[in-house]
Design a protein around this ligand. Structure first.
Ligand SMILES: C[S@@+](CC[C@H](N)C(=O)[O-])C[C@H]1O[C@@H](n2cnc3c(N)ncnc32)[C@H](O)[C@@H]1O
Length: 209
């Protein structure tokens, strides 16, 4: 599984990346002053958006190429270090750090916010319960959670990104409630279009404030 992602980064096959950041995040996230955990963060522009809003941001990502691409594309100077077996890439000017390594080996705790886009839905069904439990273990009890899922007819096309339905999602993270849903068919992965899919929605879930 890890090799699959590392290979995608090596080959530059990162079609999930949203250069302008996530629409739902920008529309609905208002929290400031939080210590935000972003698992499986890739090179998401959202890390910067969250930090510029006034949050401290910790991304965890398998591929060092992703961390390097994030700092290069965002034109942010970085400091490098190591911490508990992870290579750490830290911004000099913004409170952003990306820890490179396997998320399941990441043991920091006490985050009071969690942003999840392209993380839960990137994982196959058999890995999702472990991912969800591991994430809860990193969060404070009353942490804000903000999760983006996708909805499409998965009888026609198969993920990733996978459809994670409400019953499954709330079995992992019971405090989540639906906040918004919007058409995102224009950003559908080409393999979905090739399979004959015509519609895809993004759904936003969050914990009530
Ligand atoms: C679909 S991409 C989404 C990236 C990002 N969240 C975004 O929205 O652009 C999934 C990312 O998870 C990373 N990843 C997969 N398994 C991981 C693991 N066990 N630990 C850390 N990162 C992982 C991959 O390298 C990839 O960058």
């Amino acid at each position: 599984m890890s090799e699959h992602w590392l290979e995608r980064w090596r080959g530059g096959r990162t079609g999930w990346h949203e250069a302008a950041g996530n629409r739902g995040l920008k529309q609905h996230w208002r929290a400031q002053g939080r210590n935000v955990l972003v698992p499986l963060c890739g090179k998401a522009r959202d890390l910067r958006w969250l930090a510029e809003l006034g949050n401290r941001v910790t991304g965890v990502e398998l591929s060092p190429l992703a961390a390097e691409a994030f700092f290069a594309e965002q034109k942010l100077a970085l400091r490098r270090g190591t911490r508990q077996g992870f290579e750490v890439y830290e911004s000099v000017e913004l409170p952003i750090r990306i820890l490179c390594g396997d998320y399941f080996a990441f043991t920091e705790t006490g985050f009071d916010a969690h942003y999840d886009r392209g993380a839960l839905v990137a994982l196959p069904p058999e890995l999702r319960p472990r991912y969800a439990r591991h994430t809860l273990g990193r969060l404070a009890a009353d942490a804000l959670q903000f999760v983006v899922t996708v909805a499409y007819d998965d009888a026609i096309a198969e993920g990733p990104p996978f459809v994670v339905r409400e019953a499954e999602l709330t079995s992992y993270w019971p405090r989540l409630v639906a906040l918004d849903a919007y058409d995102d068919s224009d950003d559908m992965p080409p393999k979905f279009r090739d399979a004959g899919l015509t519609a895809l929605e993004e759904r936003i879930w969050t914990t009530p404030s």
